[in-house]
Design a binder for this molecule. Sequence first.
Ligand SMILES: Cc1ncc(COP(=O)(O)O)c(C=O)c1O
Ligand SMILES: N[C@@H](CCCC[NH3+])C(=O)O
Length: 472
Amino acid sequence: MSGTEHGDAREPLSGPPESPPAAPEPDGSTTGVWSSGVSRSADGALRVGGHDLRTVAAEHGTPAYVLDEPDLRARARGYAQAFGSAFADLAGADVYYAGKAFLSVAVARWVHEEGLRIDTSTGGELAVALRAGVPGAHLGLHGNNKSASEVRTALEAGVGRIVVDSLAEVELVASVAAETGLRAPVMLRVTTGVHAGGHEFIATAHEDQKFGLSLASGAAREAVDAVLAAPALELVGLHSHIGSQILDLGGFEVAARALLRLRAEVAATTGVLVPEVDLGGGYGVAYTGTEGTPPTAPQVAAALADVVARACADLGTPAPRISVEPGRSIVGPTTLTLYTVGTVKPVELDGGGQRLYVSVDGGMSDNLRPALYGATYTAALASRRSAARPVTARVVGKHCESGDIVVHDVALPADVRAGDLLAVPVTGAYGRSMASNYNLVPRPPVLAVGPAGVRAIVRGETVADLLALDLG
Ligand SMILES: Cc1ncc(COP(=O)(O)O)c(C=O)c1O
Ligand SMILES: N[C@@H](CCCC[NH3+])C(=O)O
């Protein structure tokens, strides 16, 4: 069962120019590529929440991630409400925001205030969520290679669930729990064999990859029995995450049915009815506006509730409490990256025609996804409107790699020039969170635009920060 191929590179680096689409105009909706607070002023500049991006750039510099706080809150609230109502007649549901997509103290606080729990996958993410004041009971800890110290911190913080990823980890968590005298609430991550998602590297439930306990090999069932036999462990749930950037929800039914079947078998053979089933995250978003319509939170919730109700009826077991872990679909569309254009270079192509290479002041260090997955984005002039004819452009970064591409193909006005601002939408998920200091480039700030105006919720790094890490 495969999802969309969106996200895979489709085109070699050189080749005949296409006529790529320009970025769609902001329309205030929540289904397009721009967050709902993005608009264009009468003189053609982009604004977020009424704040002119020229002013934002002048005050905070570029590159910068610009996050639309009301949009993020609305998406988080939308998930909480959609799952709350879709599962009201079953055993209820919790939505965990997947912090790996992007986590900061402010974001953790906002999503918590809007009714979400938080899924963390490292001690670092856990520390940020705890600093935000999210109660431990509303946090989960994931990870395929947790350290004893991460497990200890999680137990001491009273996390609601540690999602165990291997048989070795059953032992690790049991031994840390015994040491601390705390009973560990454990979920087991099961690989169901479903292959879904936008790219090989982000599909996570087929057999030949590192995550989870295989259902087919019997490891999942072995882990269930090991947890039930360990006095320091409490089996609170079964978990499956099938992949990311999924636009076709079909794979979730296969995975949910497999988990619910395992739950029914465990109940039949041990008498233990596992109370919760987590169906993971992975709901896709629109990056360019050409990939079809992504599912909305109410559509996802209704589809999953329907699957759970039918599967439980078929199996003759009561419905479990359900949880899900979306990251990208909550934070991705809330953020744009603002860049300043530097060098603009027309390049003659082998097959004839020209491509305009537009270099910006960031690149693969602030958005690794195009280089890692061939992911597609779009871009728009943010500082002015232009009536110049559209040309085939490629937005590239400032790093020493020809694969340092920000936007593979996009129509930009032929007069795009040094000093223009460019906005790349939908960079909120896996942008700042996968950023690096490659070429010793400082990582940009995350600027939140909200009721209090524009403020940095994550400070931009400086060269002094980089030098401070270097001990000579
Ligand atoms: C275990 C787990 N949960 C949740 C997520 C969040 O996925 P997404 O950001 O695609 O919703 C991921 C990432 O794919 C994951 O690995
Ligand atoms: N980092 C990936 C998604 C995988 C996330 C975690 N399983 C992306 O940018 O699409």
